[in-house]
Design a protein around this ligand. Structure first.
Ligand code: C2E
Ligand code: MG
Ligand code: MG
Length: 882
């Protein structure tokens, strides 16, 4: 920066500076202190000059003393000069090096006093010395010099310019009076030059000071703006106190919160506005402590002290501040709002321990509570009971009415459950439709059973949600600690087993844990392990049971039924292992094997004979099923219409857009669909409309007993048949076991029959034989009550089949056949030629038509006259036995 100094400007600045320096009010202001400090520094910088000024008076006196031949005066004046020079140099050096700044105020005062005393003494000496000089101008000069020197001392702490001017004036007058105008002018010129140079330097200084001030102002404005921005739009705030600890500044938003009608926050003691958040450990280090000990603190968590209900938390930091002189003037600090974070923390804690939907305890909290209860030393408290609840049919509600309704239902269930349990226990939700109740100190089975029944009753009452009435049920498993498990894990597992049993026993009930349940679960586990082995160990095979056209008695297809030849258990029923496979996820792999094997084996069958494969709901829910079907068809090469997939009502439990899509896709593959076991599930006729079934299979439970007069099953079958007819679907009656049932089923209009009457499930090789030898026709076996009245009897008779002979009992007999007991042939054996001793020593030829469970049906080759039995002759065997 270039400086241009015009004479006018220099004068103006000099005058302004002079005036500023001497202005009495200026001394009190902060600004003046700064100016003073600056000038002191300036003075210190030009110290040789300042020193010369200070020494001018004693040197002047010494000179006069020399001239007047007064060595005493001269020596005193020189001593004065030496003292002033020494002290002045030291002081100025100290100022220059900034040493004085580090002094405390006391130090400064002491130094000033010492210096003043020395200076005063020196000056006094000087005055005395001057008084020794001859009167006249010299003396006057001495006084004036002394006066000038005093002015220098008095205002030495003030400006260079004032000192120079004052002293210069005194000197001028003295010299002018003494030695004439020449010297006076000379010295005056020097002084003026000094004054000009000093003014010039001052002008430079002022100029940079002005620039600095502008910069400071701009920065100040920016800082103010930033602070205001920060204070209004962030969670931060500032505060300051005076040395008494009273708030002198507090960001508006916080001040407003802390203001009370009778006491504004500004002016109040800081320690009375805030208190430490007692939740934190450092409570003993209170704010008041820091204020009184003048120590800094940081990140203290504080709350409003007087307004306990105000939900506010702040983090607060502060440090003491001191002025230039090291005097403590108060505290300054900042803070930030922690409220939101605190709330979020609280919310996180809540979420971590409570169920978001129902507000009940969540799995985590239940587990903690159970752990705690079980960890207590043996006491009545340690008798803890655990209820595990599962809602029945909740999934159906959720799937059909939507998740929102499902959620609303869960909330209501939670409320009812909470009300029902009351203070007796801790109620929580594990997730989905599973709830848990922990009841400390309760182990009375009767009371627990009573409570469980009441809860089931409560939860089974209809719910009203958005205007619709919804009904669900509830099953409960109960385990009691310590007898059913001393630790959480065991107790929960056992309650789970009890719940499983409750569901298995028909739902809507409660079950206590029993040891047998564990044994059952373990054998189930074993079965599961064995199942895994079965797949790799080739222990599965398929048995095929014929499906027969009712009118023509022609075999239209076979149902493939899975068989498991277990190495040690023997034949395991699919009814036993399929549910296990479904539970453990093996059904997918097993089902695929069944599908592929059935298709491959059916490929060898003549004509259009179909094969039906059972598909588990779990397979049905898997989107890969259609591609699996097409792959099996393609690999085996059978036409799609020859494959029939049997699906149970179970798939409709999961009624959703996905299952509808699955029906469409499967139909698109060209395969047939049959609804298996119709009437056994919670049959809703609604889905018959939507699902494109080709056939309904009427469950065997309807066929059983249908022939007995007065039984309603026949009516039900008729209704199902007419429903199927109306929908253009075929019907198969399952489990038809005798010819009477065939007649009935035919009369009821069923299009197909499947059952032991036309044969039990047989191996693939036998199927081929059946189809080729029998020409695709089925032969019914089994008795027919209606045609020939049977005579019940119990007597022994000999029987021969080829070379083998043995003894059997005849249960009943008609003219065309007999039913015998105690025969040792394989179940399902048919068309075996035998001889039976109906009369003593008279063997009659007959055909064994069916055999099951040690019983068999015989068809006589020729009609037997029952009256011959009345003859006195008794069969040999009976005689022997008698
Ligand atoms: P389902 O599909 O209803 O099969 C008919 C069941 O009834 C078969 O039992 C069959 O042997 C039996 N049955 C047939 N006629 C008569 C009869 O006249 N009287 C009596 N009392 N029973 C008869 P099985 O083979 O024990 O199969 C039981 C169930 O296991 C099947 O019922 C089916 O739901 C399931 N299942 C069988 N194989 C498979 C399979 O490969 N996959 C799947 N997912 N399930 C299968
Ligand atoms: Mg089936
Ligand atoms: Mg069935």
């Amino acid at each position: 920066m270039r400086i241009r100094v015009t004479p006018f400007r220099a004068l103006r600045v000099a005058f302004a500076a002079l005036w500023t320096d001497l202005s009495p009010s200026a001394t009190e202001s902060e600004g003046h202190r700064n100016t003073l400090r600056r000038q002191l520094r300036q003075l210190a910088q030009s110290w040789p000059f300042a020193l010369l000024v200070a020494l001018a008076a004693p040197l002047q006196v010494a000179w006069t003393g020399w001239q007047q031949a007064r060595p005493g005066v001269m020596l005193v004046a020189l001593a004065c000069a030496a003292v002033l020079a020494l002290f002045g140099t030291l002081l100025l050096l100290a100022i220059r090096r900034g040493i004085t700044r580090r002094w405390s105020l006391h130090g400064k005062v002491r130094t000033a006093m010492a210096l003043g005393a020395v200076g005063g003494a020196a000056l006094l000496l000087l005055v005395f010395a001057t008084a020794q000089l001859s009167p006249g101008p010299a003396r006057l000069a001495g006084f004036v010099t002394a006066f000038g020197a005093m002015i220098v001392l008095v205002i030495a702490l003030y400006p260079v310019r004032a000192a120079t001017l004052g002293f210069g004036a005194g000197l001028l007058v003295t010299l002018g009076a003494q030695d004439g105008i020449g010297i006076g002018l000379g010295i005056g010129t020097v002084l003026l030059l000094a004054l000009t140079s000093s003014t010039y330097r001052l002008a430079l200084f002022e100029r940079s000071a002005v620039a600095q001030r502008d910069l400071d102002h701009a920065q100040g404005r920016m800082a103010t703006r930033l602070v205001a921005e920060f204070e209004t739009h962030s969670s931060g705030w500032f505060w300051q106190t005076n040395s008494e600890g009273e708030v002198t500044y507090l960001t508006d938003k916080v001040a407003r919160e802390l203001d009370t009608p009778d006491a504004p926050a500004i002016g109040a003691p800081l320690s009375r506005l805030f208190r430490m958040d007692s939740a934190l450990p450092e409570t003993e280090r209170t704010i008041a402590f820091h204020l009184s000990s003048r120590t800094a603190f940081s990140n203290y968590s504080v709350r409003p002290a007087s307004r306990a209900k105000l939900e506010r938390w702040w983090s607060m930091s502060g440090r003491p501040i001191f002025d230039e002189d090291g005097i403590f003037i108060g505290f300054v600090g900042s803070g930030s709002d922690l409220t939101e974070r605190r709330r979020a923390d609280a919310e996180i804690t809540r979420l971590a321990l409570f169920d978001g939907l129902t507000g009940l305890a969540n799995r985590q909290r239940l587990r903690l509570a159970l752990d705690q209860m079980l960890a207590q030393p043996a006491s009545p408290q340690r008798m803890t009971s655990l209820f595990l609840l599962d809602l029945d049919r909740f999934k159906a509600v959720n799937d059909t009415l939507g998740h929102q309704m499902g959620d609303a239902l869960l909330k209501q269930v939670a409320q009812r459950l909470q009300r029902g349990i009351g203070e007796a226990g801790l109620v929580g939700r594990l997730g989905g439709d599973e709830f848990q109740v922990i009841m400390p100190g309760q182990a009375d089975r009767e009371k627990l059973a009573e409570l469980a029944r009441r809860v089931i009753f409560d939860l089974s009452q209809p719910y009203s949600i958005e205007g619709s009435a919804i009904s669900i049920g509830c099953s409960i498993g109960i385990a009691i600690a310590p007898q059913d498990g001393g630790d959480s894990e065991t107790l929960i597992r056992n309650a789970d087993l009890a719940l499983y049993a409750a569901k298995g026993d028909g739902r809507g009930i409660h079950r206590f844990f029993r040891d047998e349940l564990l044994v059952g679960a373990q054998s189930r586990k074993q079965l599961e392990d064995d199942l895994r082995q079965a797949l790799v160990g080739n222990q599965f095979y398929l048995a095929y049971q014929p499906v027969v056209d009712t009118r023509s008695e022609r075999i239209v297809g076979y149902e493939a039924l899975l068989r498991w030849a277990h190495p040690t258990r023997g034949l395991v029923s699919p009814a036993e292992f399929v549910p296990v496979a479904e539970d453990c996820g093996l059904i997918e792999t097993i089902g695929e094997w069944v599908l592929r094997t059935a298709c491959t084996e059916a490929a060898g069958w003549p004509g259009d004979v179909r094969v039906a494969v059972n598909v588990s709901p779990i397979q049905f829910a898997n989107p890969v099923l259609p591609s699996l079907v097409t792959s099996a068809l393609a690999k085996s090469g059978i036409a799609p219409h020859r494959l029939e997939l049997e699906i149970t009502e179970g798939v409709f439990l999961d009624e959703s857009a996905a299952s509808e899509q699955m029906f469409k896709t499967l139909k698109g593959c060209g395969v047939r669909l049959a609804l298996d076991d119709f009437g056994t599930g919670y049959s809703s006729l609604g889905y018959l409309k939507k699902a494109p079934f080709d056939k309904i299979k009427i469950d065997q439970s309807f066929v059983k007993g249908a022939t007995i007069p007065g039984n309603r099953n026949a009516a039900i079958i008729r209704a199902i048949v007419s429903l199927a007819d109306a929908l253009g679907m075929e019907t198969t009656a399952e489990g038809v076991e005798n010819r009477d049932e065939i007649t009935l089923i035919r009369d009821l209009g069923c299009s197909h029959i499947q059952g032991f009457v036309y044969g039990k499930p047989a191996r693939a090789a036998d199927v081929l034989q059946q189809l080729t030898i029998g020409g695709g026709m089925a032969t019914a076996t089994g008795y027919q009550i209606t045609r020939n009245p049977r005579t019940a009897m119990l007597r022994s008779a000999r029987i021969e089949a080829g070379a083998v002979s043995g003894e059997v009992r005849i249960r009943n007999i008609s003219s065309t056949g007999a039913m015998i007991e105690g025969i040792e042939v394989d179940d399902g054996t048919t068309d075996l030629d035998v001889l039976i001793e109906l009369l003593e020593d008279q063997m009659f030829p007959a055909k064994l038509r069916w055999a099951a469970d040690g019983r068999a049906g015989l068809e006589f080759a020729e009609t037997f006259n029952l009256e011959r039995l009345a003859a006195p002759s008794v069969p040999q065997a009976a005689r022997k036995a008698g």
